[in-house]
Design a protein around this ligand. Sequence first.
Ligand SMILES: [Zn+2]
Length: 439
Amino acid sequence: MTDALVRSPGASAPGLRRSVTRLTVREETTMHDHRKLGRELGLFDTDPLIGAGLPYWLPDGALVRHTLEEYIRDAERRAGYRHVYSPVLGKRELYEISGHWSHYSEDMFPPMDLGGEQVLLRPSLCPHHALIYRSRSHSYRELPLRIAELGGMYRSELSGVLGGLTRVRAIQLNDAHIFCTLDQVAGEATAALEMIRRAYDALGIRPARYRLSLPGAGGKYVAAPEMWQRAAALLTDVLDRSGLAYEAAEGEAAFYGPKIDIQIADSAGREATLSTVQVDFHQPEQFDLHYIGPDGAKHRPVMVHRSIIGSIERVVAHLIELHGGAFPAWLSPTQLVVLPVSDAEMPQAAALVRRCTDLGLRAQIAGPDDGSLGARVRAARLVPYQAVIGAKEAADDQVALRLRDGRRLDALPAAEVLARIGALVDARRTDLWDTVTCS
Ligand SMILES: [Zn+2]
């Protein structure tokens, strides 16, 4: 998706040359460190007084984050998920039951003593969602029951790096748990993989590889050989049917079950897991979860854990590096910058920004006070659309549109330009324009 220009059937020879140049620029920009760029673009920052691994989000970064969160919540609602909120703290006993305390405590913050009880910052959302499921009785007719939350979790990263989003101690996770019958597991896992594919298309992300993450040697994993085999067989079957190429890796499973991990790589080739689909027989057992089957008896559900875009911190870090700050238009903090040629066109420029705002587009003016037209175009080089308004455009309610990739369009009616940008943004397209209309 990132090189739509190259694949464009209507691309002329000059267009292709431009595309090649663009790819070279992209290759250079992938060398950007998200920490440096994040600060330069005013997306996020850190402060030693808050601490290492605890970034805060600036207004433009918060806009990117809100837009991502809206995207994922919308996609989940359409896919039949119900959203919940649950607290970021829980009693130590909760994590003893879930198994985190015995298998994962080295990654957890130490307990806080509170009125004779020990309370912990949660290392994952699963135990809370298991309790939410358990709080009501469920019939087999309600399954699969999909509970989703964009929620906080915490990891005691000793090497929490100051200034970055990739090694953080406070994590906002796009998480969900599907409580279902054994027969429904494959369908749910397959549907989650399809949601991941669509999200990656919209974000321009290309997976480095799919990994079937299996347990390894050592006591990190709950001991239940038959359970591991069943879960691994289910995920293997899902991957084989999907036609996706994948590699099995031992020692990469969650402590409670195997996973399909979708790996991404940074410009240096370092891999990280972004998205995941996991099958868990362990926690339903630990929390004594059940549903009432058609036979009127209690049955144990399976828990499918899945994350479409992973943690907000990691996905934004990856997107910054991948796009060099030139986000897909739907995700850009500023989608359109309005450039009046002279002060005489300022009223029309202000009116255009208001129209954008009314349409839900994020627009700003860069007026003559901000420098020459050329300087303003360069300053806005990461903004997907630049609308130039000269005397003629102002008189005719038109704009001369420049696209971030260097293409320039003939003057078009402002209403048409905004409608077409709005349609591309609503569709979460990664291409900027219909190439046929470009000069
Ligand atoms: Zn989980």
